[in-house]
Design a protein around this ligand. Structure first.
Ligand code: KIV
Ligand code: ZN
Length: 521
């Protein structure tokens, strides 16, 4: 429990796999989604919004498999207010012991006039029809009047009342464009509670976007006004500037339980591991000074603060780092550590590795231990990140490379890659640096021409012998693909990251070809 058990229970509705996945470049494959879903269930969220089944075959499959395998949590799928969407959502959700259909329809004047071209009466009819259809399948139905925070009060009250009458058990009040302020959100929820006659038949929910940096404050204001559910994402990822960050709303309610008098089911010690898993999986880094889970969230730099902390922690610390999953020391493993110790540490860091994944990570761990005496948590997270992103069977692997570069000479690179039993070697000396040359050499071998859109390198841990983690994004045929590579040699990290992206491209092309074949047969 995350706070005083006597308080009101606030449901945590996690939408990392739906709204979070709408973050540019954050798309996850099926194995990654299943892994994140399990971590969310272990974290203790009440509802996982697993995807938008009609949106793509990949989304459908993810919602279906999460419904079939993840237990102890309600699995939710998103649908517009039309029969096709709702039927498809149910098709994916029907295997879950506890499922929810989430239907949405825009209600603000701007959306009605310019996007939907529908009258207020038509909106109400469509919303009612959508909720009724969803309620035929499932008795847990959520309705969201999209852009609710810019919808006229009278009309919002009418829509919400009609949706509840039609069978909605949760009414979500989204701040779709991140425009509202905390006091406005508070007033709007209060207004609904006072004016909608059947409001006590449904749970009021909040779903705030962070365009003006107010998503967390707005969600908490909604709770103060009586909302019983917060929709949020790990690390606050989501459409545009993102959604309310789960770890922040949860820790605010817990740390200030004297003020909010509410509780959640979240096991707060799993916040950091879950944050790391989502960051590793989506490739979206957590800023250092991010509240709760940032690397600096509990680092005290000023001498005055350090002095105060040594005398009494509460002088400058309102939460303990252990409560959100930081461990006291992160110097963990070395050359002689075994597989079980590695599996244990990975579990503590939030990763439930399959036997096959553990095998892969352990092999890389042993190689690293030969190069580097002390292996830190950051190293392990980086190795796991690489293994997870290799979730698809890699078609291209690195056999060897050689690079020369110097101040006044052209860089030159020779790369040897394997594909099954065969090896291919290419050289390049036409780049403007060794990294560029590596891109050219890989491209010549794989024949996959990509455009590099983003390239970042960071050290996985402190120290000169740290591993360099390369994260990059490439464009291929109009779509973005991520790649991650890690090694103590940055050129090697780069080749591994490029290959990781290339393997994703190949796997996706294969699965598209399969699904075309399936629909045609
Ligand atoms: O931001 C939004 O309005 C949404 C809805 C689908 C709930 O994501
Ligand atoms: Zn949203």
């Amino acid at each position: 429990m995350s706070s005083d058990p006597s308080g009101r229970h606030i449901r945590i509705f996690d939408t990392t796999l739906r709204d979070g996945e709408q973050s540019p470049g954050a798309s996850m494959n099926l194995a990654e989604k299943l892994e994140v879903a399990q971590a969310l269930a272990d974290l203790g969220v009440d509802i996982i919004e697993a995807g938008f089944p009609i949106a793509s075959p990949g989304d459908f499959e993810a919602v279906k498999q999460i419904s079939q395998t993840i237990r102890g949590v309600t699995v939710c799928g998103l649908a517009r207010c039309n029969d096709k969407d709702i039927d498809r959502a149910w098709e994916a959700l029907k295997h879950a012991p506890q499922s929810r259909i989430h239907v949405f329809l825009a209600t603000s004047a701007i959306h009605r006039e310019f996007k939907l071209r529908m009258t207020p009466e038509e909106i109400i009819q469509r919303a009612v029809a959508g909720v009724q259809r969803a309620a035929q399948y499932c008795d847990d139905v959520e309705f969201s009047p999209e852009d609710a925070c810019r919808t006229e009060h009278d009309f919002l009250c009418q829509v919400v009342e009609a949706a509840i009458d039609a069978g909605a058990t949760t009414v979500n009040i989204p701040d779709t464009v991140g425009y509202a302020t905390p006091s406005e959100v508070f007033d709007r929820i209060r207004m609904l509670r006072e004016r909608v006659p059947n409001i006590d038949k449904a749970v009021i929910s909040t779903h705030c976007h962070d365009d003006l940096g107010m998503a967390v404050a707005n969600s908490l204001a909604a709770v103060q006004a009586g909302a019983g559910q917060i929709e949020c994402t790990i690390n606050g990822i989501g459409e545009r500037a993102g959604n309310a960050a789960l770890e922040e709303v949860v820790m605010a309610m817990r740390t200030r339980s004297d003020f909010f008098d509410v509780n959640t089911r979240i096991d707060t010690r799993r916040l950091l591991p879950t944050s790391q898993l989502v960051s590793t999986t989506t490739g979206i880094a957590v800023q250092r000074n991010k509240a709760i889970v940032g690397r600096n969230a509990f680092a005290h730099e000023s001498g005055i603060h350090q002095d105060g902390m040594l005398k009494e922690r509460s002088t400058y610390e309102i939460m303990s780092p252990e409560d959100v999953g930081f461990t006291k020391t992160d110097l963990v493993l070395g050359k002689h550590s075994g597989r079980a110790a590695l599996a244990d540490r990975a579990r503590e860091l939030g990763f439930q590795l399959t036997g096959e994944q553990l095998q892969g990570v352990f092999a890389e761990f042993k190689k690293l231990a030969d190069r580097k005496k002390e292996i830190y948590d950051g190293d392990i997270v980086a190795l796991i990140g690489r293994e997870i992103s290799d979730a698809v069977e890699p078609q291209w692997t690195l056999s060897d490379f050689e690079v020369t570069s110097g101040r006044n000479r052209k860089p030159s690179v020779t790369v040897t890659l394997s594909n099954g039993e065969q090896e291919f070697t290419e050289s390049a000396d036409d780049g403007d640096g060794p990294i560029d040359a590596v891109f050219w050499a890989v491209e010549r071998i794989t024949k996959i021409e990509t455009v590099c859109k983003d390239y970042r390198v960071r050290s996985a841990t402190l120290g000169r012998d740290a591993q360099g983690e390369v994260r990059l994004e490439v464009e291929y045929k109009g779509r973005l693909y991520r790649g991650v590579g890690v090694s103590t040699d940055t050129v090697e990290s780069t080749i591994l990251a490029i290959l990781n992206a290339v393997n994703r491209i190949v796997a996706e092309s294969d699965s598209r070809a399969d699904s075309v074949a399936e629909t045609e047969s």
